[in-house]
Design a protein around this ligand. Structure first.
Ligand SMILES: *Cc1c(COP(=O)(O)O)cnc(C)c1O
Length: 416
């Protein structure tokens, strides 16, 4: 049986639960085989109506839109607490939708990076996303410290592409007394490796460090339990696996044990004040007893509306069932690519152990990955290149079919 026929059979048994709720770019009269949901998730059909509703409310109510209706703008972000909480495994009051991801990292580091005495260092991965590197370096420098001295960078062992949990824990046990904050990407953007978040968090906390996670590639991709894992803080964007739209409003998590504390340093604004009292005549912030305490400005409603529409889809299906389908779909792509690997045409960077990855498979090519991605695009397939030589394929369990996967790999075979 051809790969395509097998794929169709699999689709009949294991349908994408929300395929008909998303809009696909077209290649001629066919839907693009879209395996770039790790870069920008597709548009939910409900996003347009959600934005139009707010435009209509603005036209019809103007200022009164802040206070009237089912979802007044002053309370709009709160509607995301429950769906977002279920997606990242948090209590509703522990999450807030605000700003962009890098901005949220800055706000959280302002609170949680508090170098003092011998405990001044930050532990992170050598191959972190550039924005995270810049953000952390700027925090260290802003405290009058030297980033080249204070930042400990962990890299994979010689000849390996991913980090080992045991090596991270060993570093924590050896240097933990000097580490103020640990900040890793939950799923590495380049290798697709999912770190053992609970084990690393527990080891770091046992050494007295505060622990934050960048979940840009983890939120909406893998099952998370931030509250139960005792993570101190986290931030993620909503335009990748969460389909919130380009540059959409990001998410942040602060563990319950840090909520309601007026003594924590933070950059404050009126939306961090308790919602009942934002216009109060106060000399200092009385922080909201929720993660809203890290909000500064009133939120961008037009950019929040699609985030809410999209989060309701993901939360409605639920991460356990999405993650289970994701394993089947990603495993299928891996199987289809295997002959290329055996023929020496590419190397897989992503762990083959399904417990150590999400929906993304990263491959190192022999040559320019951008050229390969461009050629695949001409065949109606969307994949993504990280220069110079990494190709990323990411089937979304929400909307991708097995047929999408088979078409994508067939295009890769043809191009290579
Ligand atoms: C996508 C991504 C970002 C993007 O940052 P923005 O502030 O949303 O522009 C940052 N960090 C990581 C790890 C990412 O994957």
């Amino acid at each position: 049986m051809s790969d395509l026929a097998t794929a169709r059979e699999l689709d009949a048994r294991d349908q994408a639960p929300a395929r008909d709720q998303f809009l696909f770019p077209m290649h001629g009269d066919r839907e693009v085989a879209y395996l770039s949901g790790n870069a920008l998730g597709l548009q939910p059909k409900s996003a347009r109506a959600a934005v139009l509703t707010e435009l209509d409310r603005w036209a019809g109510l103007a200022h009164a839109g802040h206070y009237e209706g089912r979802l007044p703008w002053t309370r709009y972000a709160e509607a995301l607490r429950v769906p977002m909480g279920s997606i990242v495994g948090a209590l509703p009051q522990e999450t807030v939708a605000m700003n962009g991801l890098s901005v949220n990292l800055h706000l959280l580091l302002t609170t949680f990076y508090r170098p003092s005495g011998a405990r001044t260092k930050v532990l992170m991965e050598r191959h972190a996303f550039p924005s995270d590197v810049f953000a952390i370096r700027s925090h260290v420098a802003a405290r009058g410290l030297d980033p080249d001295v204070e930042i400990l960078l962990l890299e994979p062992r010689e000849g390996e592409d991913t980090l080992r949990t045991a090596d991270i824990i060993d570093t924590l046990e050896r240097h933990g007394q000097q580490i103020a904050v640990v900040l890793f990407g939950g799923v590495n953007f380049l290798s697709g490796e999912l770190l053992d978040i609970p084990a690393i968090t527990a080891a770091a906390r046992a050494m007295g460090c505060l622990v934050g996670w960048d979940l840009a590639h983890a939120a909406g991709n893998v099952e998370l339990a931030l509250h139960d894992w005792d993570v101190d803080f986290a931030a993620w964007c909503t335009y990748k696996y969460l389909n919130g739209g380009p540059g959409a409003v990001a998410g942040a998590f602060v563990h319950e044990r840090h909520l309601g504390r007026a003594d924590l340093p933070r950059l404050a604004g009126w939306y961090g004040q308790d919602v009942s009292d934002r216009f109060g005549d106060h000399e200092r912030l009385m922080p909201s007893a929720t993660a809203d305490a890290w909000q500064i400005s009133n939120p961008a409603i037009l950019s929040l509306a699609p985030v809410l529409a999209a989060a309701e889809i993901t939360a409605g299906i639920g991460m356990p069932s999405l993650a289970a389908r994701s394993r089947r779909l990603t495993g299928y792509v891996e199987e289809l690519v295997a002959p290329l690997m055996e023929a020496g045409r590419l190397d897989q960077l992503t762990p083959s152990d399904a417990d150590r990855r999400g929906a993304q498979l990263s491959y190192r090519l022999d040559g320019s990955s951008q050229e390969v991605v461009d050629a695949m695009h001409a065949l109606g397939v969307s994949a993504d290149a990280r220069v110079p030589d990494v190709l990323r394929l990411s089937p979304s369990p929400l909307y991708n079919s097995y047929e999408d996967c088979a078409r994508a790999v067939a295009a890769l075979v043809e191009v290579l």
